[in-house]
Design a protein around this ligand. Structure first.
Ligand SMILES: [Zn+2]
Ligand SMILES: [Zn+2]
Length: 273
């Protein structure tokens, strides 16, 4: 029987088999002078004693090896998430208090950043909201119903007041509903845009040029012909002209507004009070 070669660790001075040592090409036997356990302890001590140095070194490595870093992130994603989660669960109260305090002192800044992000990532954000909504549709319906029944009186009163003081909003809502019924490809005309369209045309019917308070939304390509309920397909028309046109082509050639104002907002976004 062959006796395995033993090597003494220069740190803990314990004789151990060669497997207990890592590789080191600078030594005669190709093995490190300290055992793996000692090295590990040393590394942990160094890391806790020199957090800035470690952070700087990691940052430097990341800068120099972006590809490797990305691969590392991808292969260790679940571990990282698990670590974050465990850390949170352990320090939940403290972390919640910290983030609440941070939010309170930086509220304006946070909200502004959030708004900026949302404005520049509108499609992504909408897609993710839609996905989340679709995945939890029952939950959202349930929540909505509960909220409605709990606040019914208040909500009905608020709605009535809002539509009484904003006749345009009522009109816009009815038009949107009509467009939804016609299953248009695009249904994003907002009340504000409708107001801007009317302002731009001087509150006149595009066909007979009469100036009037009550203008209807005329779809250049009719909804029934697949036209969209969106700012580039809507012009103001008086009721008689709109009725005369019905679902035919415009009575006279009409140039829709080439908009540079007010980008479309999804109409489901309500202003928070
Ligand atoms: Zn050792
Ligand atoms: Zn008219």
């Amino acid at each position: 029987m062959e006796i395995p070669a033993l090597k003494i660790c220069t740190k803990c001075l314990v004789p151990q088999s060669l497997d207990a040592f890592g590789t080191d090409n600078n030594t005669r036997d190709g093995k490190a002078t300290r055992c793996i356990l000692c090295k590990r302890q040393e590394s942990v001590r160094y890391r806790t004693q020199n957090p800035e140095k470690v952070r700087a070194a990691t940052a430097k490595w990341t800068r120099e090896n972006p590809e490797k870093r990305r691969t590392y992130e991808q292969t260790h994603k679940t571990e990282k998430q698990a670590r974050g989660k465990a850390n949170y669960l352990q320090n939940k109260a403290l972390m919640n208090a910290q983030s609440a305090a941070y939010y309170l002192t930086n509220r304006a800044h946070i909200r502004q950043k959030q708004a900026e992000w949302e404005a520049s990532h509108r499609q992504e954000r909408n897609a993710s909201l839609r996905r989340r909504y679709a995945q939890n549709i029952e939950k959202y319906h349930e929540k909505g119903r509960a909220h409605y029944w709990q606040n019914r009186e208040k909500m009905l009163a608020q709605n009535a007041l809002y539509f009484a003081t904003h006749p345009d909003a009522g009109q816009a809502k009815r038009e949107r509903r009509r467009a939804a019924k016609a299953q248009t490809s695009l249904n994003d005309l907002t009340t504000a845009q409708w107001q801007e369209i009317k302002d731009a045309y001087g509150h006149r019917c595009v066909y007979c040029h009469r100036k009037m308070q009550r203008l209807t939304q005329d779809h250049i390509t009719p909804l029934s012909k697949g036209g969209a309920h969106t700012k580039t397909n809507v012009v103001p028309a008086c009721q008689p002209c709109n009725s005369k046109k019905r679902d035919k082509a415009p009575l006279v050639p009409v140039q829709p507004l080439l908009f540079t104002i007010a980008p479309s907002k999804p109409h489901t976004q309500r202003k928070k009070s």
